[in-house]
Design a protein around this ligand. Sequence first.
Ligand SMILES: *Cc1c(COP(=O)(O)O)cnc(C)c1O
Length: 380
Amino acid sequence: MTPRLHAHARVDLSAIRDNVAALRSRTGAAEVMAVVKADGYGHGLLPSARAALAGGATWLGTALLEEALALRAAGLTGPRVLAWLMGPGERLADALAADVDLSANASWLLEEIADAARRHGRPARVHLKVDTGLARAGATPEDWPQVVEDAAKLQAEGLLRVVGVWSHLAYADAPGHATIARQARVFAQALEVAAAAGLRPEVRHLANSAATLTAPQQHFDLVRPGLAVYGLSPVPELASPAELGLRPAMTLAASLVLVKRVPAGSGVSYGHVYTTEAETTLGLVPLGYADGVPRAAGNVGPVLAAGRRRTVAGRVCMDQLVLDLGDDAAAVGDEVLLFGPGDRGEPTAQDWAEATGTISYEIVTRLGPRVPRVYTGDGA
Ligand SMILES: *Cc1c(COP(=O)(O)O)cnc(C)c1O
């Protein structure tokens, strides 16, 4: 498909670089793993990764092994890369060949990793993940001693090296929440169990963006910011990106593809859930829910168009949405901004999140492949 003309997401790579540098300046001795899963939170895997490295990240983090392998295949061989969401039958030999660190949270997975190492003739680098209270991807404290024992045995056989011990917080976006200290205590106990088994991980890591920015005592040896890399606030009720020294990297822009006058009382878009109050100008924006604009934005999604903030008129359709531009001057081809850093008066991804009952993470990651990413800034 040739790139589409009338809608795109501009991604400011200098902003990503500078955001990482800002994070790096707050982490002291702890290194920064820029999390680039989900296509760099929708910003593009490789450009985001390169910009993050330019900003001082020394590690890259992905959920999927395929994402980590794509980084290596593109020639990013310098940084450490960790992939953490594994099921049975993954391409573990490819991971070893590509020098990708692997997270492990269960004995069966350690066995699969060891098998790959046996076949590959080279030890795997493994980060053992403990569930300290999120109840998601880590080994429970009950299962942890067995996971540690199995890992220590495989390490002694030369099949793997436990280079990391790690966990993830449930409530990092609520600084001071009691679960943070509780999870940190469980983490400390898990580290003791690992030490008692003779494991000497190079890196212990716990902090996502919110903890990187608000909980320096949880930085350990490595922090794993994702959202903040892209300049969005992980604690929007407490601080804006600017207050955190961050700049949103993505601007979602489109051009009007039809402008027309309609009479008062015109029902607009499916179901006529919006009706014009007076004779007015409607502008057609060629972005819809198939592009990742939430359908929940009907009548509430904010857009900067014809010099002012508007609200999506009526339902968001699969490929298009309508704006009521009143009597303001507008022409086909005029640019409209759905969200961006906010300095031209445009809404932000956070505004979209609030309007549609979600989080900014979802607003940027849900943008689909039909929306071309256009790169600006250093490295574009
Ligand atoms: C996505 C993810 C991160 C990054 O989280 P942010 O809130 O975007 O900073 C860090 N660690 C793990 C395990 C993750 O899944």
